[in-house]
Write a protein that binds this ligand. Structure first.
Ligand code: ADP
Length: 513
């Protein structure tokens, strides 16, 4: 009995000693059973949380944490009792509902002979308030800032910009890690930060993407630094939100690309236009020098022969007159060409249509060029059907067209060849047309020249081969006039065999029955 009393007295003494020891701790101490029911707490615990010791003994440790994390706390208790866990990241909650971030260590022990769990919590909320200046800068900063434990990465505190930009409530962040929350779009960036912190103690301006609670992506320049708050190392992370800048940059880049494309297109268009102008310039220069030559050559020879005739020392005046006539014709043709070009560029051709018989028209033209054909040693034949409807056209303009074609046939067919002039009726789709054709047995037109022969001032290979005088305008004038008459001009040619030029002329419509 005496011994029993002595044991009790010694136990009481021991308990008193523990109490005194516990109460001197600046950490919060919780002794709980395997279910988390509180068996004992120290003075620091009641002082920090605002409960009396007696009140605390009625509570389960889950009730000292935010209600929505109770299940998590339960699991942590079980894990700690099984020896698997030694810490708890969940913040404590005061009696009046404030959240206090804690650094909690968990130990397995015994309390009055029963297994118990001992929690030792270091209040980290003092870190939030410790340095006022820091706190003000932290809260007021437009950059997203967070303080977290260096060991487990648990968030201790975040600033207003962090909460505002990422859309979480503060309570959802404190005590959690960025990995749990999926804040880094690319988790490798976090690993890069940890590595930099271990190596140099800081990380500067890493471009990262952060995910908001709603899944949006924000672009940021991310820095981290190991700082000491109240002699405790904590990780300060700062992210400058550059999403708007990034978007502006992308928009600018797109605009730039678009602009570059436009500039390229415009440059190409201008280069093409410039090339076209240069080509026109070249053609014009070519034309002027050719025309000067075309005028000077017959004039020089006319002058020479007139002087010879004038001197009276001529035995064959008829031959000289013949040469003079030919040179005058040539001069006449050049001047006609020039006048045609000027009319064509002013587009002042009047059209006077009337019904005409193509038989008479074609025969008249052939008769007019017969002498020239003879002179050149060429056959000139006319082919006509028995009957031909009347054409509805301007005979003056049509004559000029066919004469131009005949002149070419005469110029570009070697002596011994044949030229045929014909007129007949042909269908284009369902419409009947009258076609006047000039064909020759010359050398034809090369595929290189063919696409260009109707362009003004274009002279092809044949012009060089036959040394034919001309300004390269006959066909362009012919096409212009035929189009004025509402028809078209087509060509078929076989190099080495000859060419056929067809002029499509409107008919006088059939009398209605
Ligand atoms: P020009 O006869 O004054 O050169 P044209 O406009 O009448 O001008 O003809 C353009 C070019 O077409 C000629 O330089 C020639 O190369 C080619 N050409 C025209 N008609 C014929 C033809 N019947 N046979 C071969 N080439 C021709």
């Amino acid at each position: 009995m005496i011994q029993h009393d002595a044991e009790i007295a010694s136990l009481r003494q021991a308990e008193l000693n523990y109490r005194v020891l516990f109460d001197t701790l600046d950490q919060l101490l919780f002794v709980m059973d395997t279910q988390g029911n509180l068996l004992h707490t120290n003075r620091q615990a009641s002082a920090t949380l605002g409960y009396t010791e007696a009140e605390l003994r009625q509570l389960n440790v889950r009730q000292l944490h935010p209600a929505e994390r109770a299940a998590e706390v339960q699991q942590i208790i079980a894990g700690a009792m099984a020896g698997q866990l030694r810490s708890c990241p969940v913040p404590l909650q005061t009696k009046d509902g404030r959240l206090l971030p804690m650094e909690t260590r968990l130990l397995i022990g015994q309390w009055h002979g029963r297994p118990a769990l001992i929690g030792l919590c270091r209040d980290q909320s003092d870190l939030q308030a410790s340095e006022e200046k820091f706190a003000r800068a932290f809260q007021g900063s437009p950059a997203l800032m967070a303080l977290s434990n260096i060991d487990d990465g648990c968030i201790i505190d975040v600033n207003a910009a962090f909460v505002r930009t990422l859309g979480y409530a503060r309570e959802e962040l404190i005590g959690r890690t960025s990995l749990e929350l999926g804040l880094f779009v690319n988790p490798a960036h976090r690993a890069q930060m940890v590595e930099a912190i271990h190596r140099t103690g800081s990380l500067r301006d890493l471009e990262i993407e952060a995910r908001t609670k709603h899944g949006d992506i924000r672009h940021g320049l991310f820095s981290a630094e190991l700082i000491h708050l109240q002699e405790r190392p904590v990780l300060l992370t700062v992210m400058n939100d550059i999403t708007a800048r990034k978007q502006a940059e992308t928009a600018l880049q797109q605009m730039n690309t678009l602009l570059e494309q436009r500039v390229l297109e415009r440059t190409r268009e201008l280069t093409e236009a410039n090339m076209h102008l240069t080509e026109l310039d070249r053609l014009k220069d070519d034309f002027v020098s050719r025309i000067s030559h075309e005028l000077r050559t017959p004039l020089t020879s006319i002058k020479a022969y007139v002087e010879l005739l004038d001197s009276g020392v001529i035995d064959e005046p008829a031959r000289y007159f013949e040469i003079l006539r030919a040179q005058t014709d040539r001069l006449h043709r050049v001047i006609e060409d020039l006048l045609d070009v000027s009319r064509l560029s002013r587009d002042d051709v009047d059209v006077h249509r009337l019904p005409i018989s193509l038989e008479a028209f074609v025969q008249g033209l052939a008769a007019g060029r017969q002498a020239e054909a003879d002179r050149r040693g060429l056959k000139l034949a006319v082919t006509l059907p028995d009957e031909l409807p009347l054409a509805n056209t301007d005979p003056t303009l049509l004559r000029q067209v066919v004469i131009n074609l005949l002149n070419n046939a005469l110029s570009y067919t070697p002596a011994g060849g044949a030229i045929a002039l014909s007129a007949h009726q042909r269908l284009l789709g369902l419409t009947p047309w009258l076609v006047v054709e000039v064909s020759d047995t010359g050398n034809g037109i090369s595929p290189r020249d063919l696409p260009h022969i109707f362009e003004p001032f274009y002279r092809g290979e044949a012009a060089g081969d036959y040394r034919t005088p001309g300004a390269g305008v006959g066909l362009s004038i012919a096409r212009y006039l035929v189009e004025k008459l509402g028809g078209q001009i087509t060509v078929q040619t076989q190099p080495g065999q000859g060419s056929v030029f067809s002029v499509w002329v409107s008919r006088v419509p059939d009398e209605s029955p």
